[in-house]
Design a protein around this ligand. Structure first.
Ligand SMILES: [Zn+2]
Length: 453
């Protein structure tokens, strides 16, 4: 990954904890690490409760200073990028090997100025099942008022007990958020959440905005176009908004996509980078925490480009002709979920405001939906035989999928749901069809592959 060649990020990346370079972090992946961290001299760890199905939830504390900071990650079980990041931070701050590496990045007296509390995995049941919700199927982040989940109660009690001055609410967003209007993926998105429908900016919210502006300028040279500002519509049920209402300076960070980085290692390392910078800023408040400077930083916060949803897709095929060329439309293909490589047709029509992670101009080509190949005996598929079937217009297989042995690097589609054999593209289907020109099939579109024939 190109970005990680910068010295700053390289050091942080090289000193991350092992075994967490993965899309989904589950409780078993961090169990030993949590034990190792808990016996470090500087760290105090304690059990703060149990999930609905009885898994332990721990909080780590480091530092003894008067400025109290609370961070929590993975309240949505399938959003684990920042879990790796906060564990990296605990490691960096407490290992004798790594502490000196932070000397010119973090005030050496920080432990006397800040007490940092971290809950790395608030929703272990959701983490185990790779679901957003907990084992009650409740979204913990919509339970801030009702408090019917044990995990939500734990977070609420921690805020009451610890009275943090600053709270960091750490999440993941889907791949298709982009940053402002130029189409770049939004690798980090920040928000100082509103605490009322009028989106009032009081002192604690302004401080959160100022810290975000400072974190953004710290990362400008590293990720100039990949940082966005999340929408601040008030959501009374959400924890960030409710904690902000308690006059805690609250910061939401959403980790997102970076090209060729399926496990979001770039977002992970950027989290480490900006969070350590935020701690450093909290140690040096003269630099920014005055009325005048807060006002200027709030202005900078509003200048961060907005996080734009649903304007990105995996594959954008532009100007496809349908029904023998009687009309044209663009097609957006998106992954069904970050965790399954299942691609579907997400939008059809004039998508000129969209951006594709990959874009194909199909001007002059006509779409054909292809036909099914019946599996009634064993079929070994190598590249040559698959291409031969594609060239004959077979776009997918029906029958017993066990009979098919795919030895190619290409995907095959068997027994697709909602198959149709007319010449339209339909929403929600797995892409399986062809682009033709002058009556000849030129490209096969099979799930996320666009294969020249
Ligand atoms: Zn989330």
């Amino acid at each position: 990954m190109k970005l990680l060649s910068s010295n700053e990020l390289k050091m942080l990346h090289e000193n991350r904890v092992a075994n967490l370079d993965r899309k989904q972090i589950m409780p078993a992946h961090i169990e030993q690490l949590m034990i190792d961290l808990s016996v470090r001299n500087d760290i105090e760890s304690r059990l703060v409760g149990h999930s609905f199905s009885g898994l332990p939830i721990s909080c780590f504390s480091i530092g003894t200073g008067p400025i109290k900071v609370l961070m929590w990650s993975q309240m949505h079980g399938d959003e684990s990028t920042a879990t790796a990041a906060v564990l990296d931070i605990l490691h960096l701050l407490s290992s004798e090997d790594t502490k000196p590496l932070l000397n010119d990045r973090l005030d050496t007296n920080w432990q006397n100025l800040i007490t940092l509390h971290i809950v790395p995995m608030l929703n272990p049941d959701g983490a185990q099942a790779a679901t957003r919700e907990n084992a009650q199927c409740i979204d913990i982040n919509r339970d801030a008022l009702a408090l019917q989940t044990p995990e939500g109660k734990i977070l609420d009690s921690l805020v009451t007990e610890l009275c943090p001055d600053y709270a960091f609410n750490l999440h993941d967003q889907h791949d298709y958020y982009r940053c402002g209007v130029d189409g770049k993926s939004s690798t980090l998105a920040f928000l100082a959440p509103a605490f009322d429908v009028d989106k009032t900016v009081n002192l604690s919210r302004r401080k959160a905005m100022a810290l975000i502006a400072l974190m953004k300028s710290q990362s400008n040279s590293l990720l100039p176009k990949g940082i966005a500002r999340y929408d601040d519509e008030f959501s009374a049920r959400s924890f960030g908004d409710q904690i902000a209402k308690r006059e805690v300076s609250t910061i939401l960070i959403e980790s997102g996509h970076y090209p060729d980085d399926a496990n979001r290692e770039v977002a992970r390392t950027m989290n480490v980078c900006v969070l350590i910078h935020a701690l450093n800023m909290l140690c040096n408040q003269d630099n920014w925490n005055t009325d005048e400077k807060l006002e200027a930083l709030e202005e900078k916060y509003w200048q961060i480009p907005e996080n734009q949803e649903y304007k990105l897709c995996d594959i954008l095929i532009k100007n496809v002709g349908f029904a023998e060329g009687s009309y044209t439309a663009d097609i957006a293909i998106r992954k069904n979920s970050r965790f399954k490589n299942a691609f579907v047709v997400a939008e059809i029509g004039d998508l000129h405001e969209q951006f594709g992670l990959r874009t194909i101009d199909a001007s002059g080509y006509i779409y054909n939906s292809g036909r099914p190949y019946l599996l009634d005996e064993k079929l070994q598929l190598n590249e040559e035989s698959y291409f031969s079937l594609l060239k004959q217009g077979f776009s997918h297989f029906v029958g017993d999928p066990v009979l098919l042995a795919n030895q190619t690097d290409y995907v095959t589609i068997d027994n697709p749901k909602f198959w149709h054999d007319d010449q339209r593209m339909l929403l929600g289907i797995v892409p399986a069809g062809f682009l033709s020109k002058d009556g000849k099939l030129k490209y096969a579109i099979i799930e996320s592959d666009v294969i020249p024939l």
